[in-house]
Design a protein around this ligand. Structure first.
Ligand SMILES: [Zn+2]
Length: 586
């Protein structure tokens, strides 16, 4: 018999614990403590409360939970003394069918891991889609995590335990996250297309107007037609536009980008196209019309990888396409205009300028995006509501001193350009850390033509400063520049700063942000508000209409712009449900 929330909410405390038996391996204390949080509003609410109990438990209790788990393909599996749940998971992942070599490799990893950390390696082997991870991936993950820091590894084990519990609860409740599975499967199928040089290595790279990029556009168009969009087209920039008409004239605009960085992840951008597609598919199946139309745009370009121009797709919708971009050339010398013509696009400013939308026809813009950071993952929260997209300012900088002999120049007579920049880097770190939601990074650092025995005469570096408000960004900028001046004057050095980018912060529209908050709360989840450290298409649309974003937790500690970027089908399901909730709330 399948478990129901009504049953759980009404059960005695002892029955409650018994009903959840086996969810967390040999650890009934978790259910015991979570019982007080009843009634549970949703399965997501229950899962979050169970995770909260573990997060708030004492460190030795957390360690006890980790140690209550069997080793992967370990002695307990061989002697068939695993719990029924673990047997099911390890056999679904094919661990019971290991080759001799795989088995030996896993035993060695088990021994090394235990020797380093003092607890067994925990991996949710049913995986992000719940179907079981391939053995090769399990072994690769094991080897990668063996190199991790103990603090991180301990937290990662607990997160995997929560994922194990999530899949076990789905089984107990007979729940299949079908909408999340659909989004997950679309993302997987879209990731088949990758640029040459990367595809062969199993890496995902889709840059503007390559063959893989055009294949992605064609695939999205095809799926949108199958979902039941009324109008689907690929526009003059190769954005894929799907419109699902409503009974009223106004439309809600949504979407995100389908291009990727080099060797990127499968969800960055794409999630924001696939989630609303799933919503339209459901509306179409139910033959339902909303009082407003839904316009979903798969933006062709956001990442600025092939040409020195970014946000091409969303920029064009607000009339920000720069004519000079058509003459930008890629690494092979192909101009954007040539690439467009080769892709069968008109490549005229007239056609591109015609993409500009009239804001009066839209209710606003919303965008769903993977968080691309560790915050939600650390808080055991699937969804986060964005308060503002950080504004930024970027510089390429140079400090000039005097290159001289490292042996003969006394310490008090040096003009060391690199030492000055080192001082500044530490200042940027301290200054940014002293204010919430402000970040500063020196990501590029170079001593041109440096030698081991020469005092650095020049040092080139970059500055990337970001904040949730323009005022906070400008204050950080002013302080960093003042400090650079002080350092250089004290050391007798010359400096230059060249601004390469400046983008205003894009605070979420309060009414739209509040709608996201209401749907997250409606799913039984705590509302977590957070800034977006990364730039997104929404910051472009911000210039023309009210906007607000919803973040989805990324697994693997939220890593992004990396092939390890990952989401679960259950989280994708919640994301679709949140989007549906938003549509219903208008
Ligand atoms: Zn993105």
């Amino acid at each position: 018999m399948m478990l129901t929330l009504e049953h759980l909410n009404a059960a005695s405390a002892a029955d409650f614990v018994a009903l959840l038996d086996g969810t967390y391996e040999h650890s009934p204390w978790i259910a015991e403590r979570a019982a007080a949080a009843r009634p549970f509003q949703s399965l997501a609410h229950l899962k979050h409360q169970l995770a909260r109990v573990v997060r708030e438990a004492a460190p030795d209790e957390q360690l006890g939970l980790i140690r209550a788990h069997p080793e992967l393909a370990g002695k307990a599996m061989v002697s068939k003394s695993l719990t029924a749940e673990s047997t099911n998971e390890q056999s679904k992942a094919g661990l019971t069918d290991c080759t001799h070599e795989e088995f030996a490799r896993i035993q060695q990893l088990n021994a090394d891991y235990n020797a380093k950390f003092g607890w067994p390696f925990i991996l949710a082997v049913r995986g992000p889609r719940g179907q079981g991870l391939p053995r090769a991936e399990i072994i690769a993950t094991f080897a990668r995590r063996l190199a991790g820091h103990p603090d991180f590894e301990r937290a990662e084990c607990l997160r995997n335990i929560h994922r194990i519990a999530e899949v076990r609860l789905n089984d107990k409740f007979g729940v299949v996250p079908a909408l999340g599975d659909q989004v997950w499967d679309w993302a997987e199928a879209l990731a088949v297309h990758s640029d040459p040089g990367f595809k062969e290595q199993g890496q995902l790279t889709v840059t503007y107007l390559t063959e893989a990029h055009r294949a992605c556009a064609a695939q999205l168009r095809q799926w949108m037609l199958e979902c039941g969009f009324d109008e689907v087209r690929i526009d003059a920039l190769s954005n894929v536009v799907g419109i699902y008409h409503g009974t009223g004239d106004k439309r809600l605009l949504t979407g995100s980008h389908f291009d990727t960085v080099r060797n990127g992840g499968k969800y960055d951008g794409r999630l924001g196209i696939l989630v609303p597609m799933a919503c339209v598919r459901e509306l179409h199946r139910q033959q339902r019309r909303l009082p407003f139309g839904l316009e979903v745009v798969g933006f062709a370009e956001e990442e600025g990888q092939r040409f020195k121009a970014a946000f091409l797709g969303s920029g064009a919708l607000i009339g920000r396409f720069k004519p000079a971009w058509l003459d930008e050339r890629d690494a092979e010398g192909i101009s954007m205009r040539e690439a467009m013509l080769a892709a069968g696009l008109p490549a005229t400013l007239e056609a591109i300028n015609a993409l500009q939308r009239d804001p009066a026809q839209y209710l606003g813009f919303v965008e769903v995006h993977i968080e691309q950071g560790p915050v939600l993952n650390e808080m055991d929260l699937p969804l986060g509501v964005v308060t503002s997209i950080n504004g930024n300012v970027r510089y390429l900088c140079e400090v000039t001193g005097m290159a001289s002999h490292a042996g003969t120049t006394p310490m008090d007579r040096r003009r060391d350009a690199a030492a000055a920049v080192a001082e500044l880097i530490l200042y940027v770190e301290q200054r940014a850390a002293s204010v919430p939601n402000v970040v500063g990074t020196v990501g590029m650092l170079q001593v041109p033509a440096g030698s081991i025995n020469v005092i650095p005469g020049r040092c080139l570096f970059s500055l990337d400063l970001r904040a949730t408000t323009n005022a906070a960004r400008d204050a950080l900028d002013a302080d960093v520049q003042a400090e650079l001046r002080r350092i250089c004057e004290r050391r007798g050095l010359h400096w230059t700063l060249t601004q390469t980018e400046s983008a205003s912060a894009a605070p979420s529209d309060p009414a739209w942000q509040q709608r996201w908050e209401a749907v997250v709360a409606g799913l039984g989840l705590p509302v977590h508000r957070m800034p977006s450290g990364a730039g997104h298409d929404a910051m472009k649309l911000h210039e023309a209409m009210p906007q607000a974003m919803l973040f989805l937790r990324g697994a693997n500690s939220g890593i992004s712009h990396n092939p390890l970027e990952s989401i679960t089908n259950d989280d994708a399901q919640l994301c679709v449900r949140a989007f549906q909730g938003l549509l219903e709330s208008l």
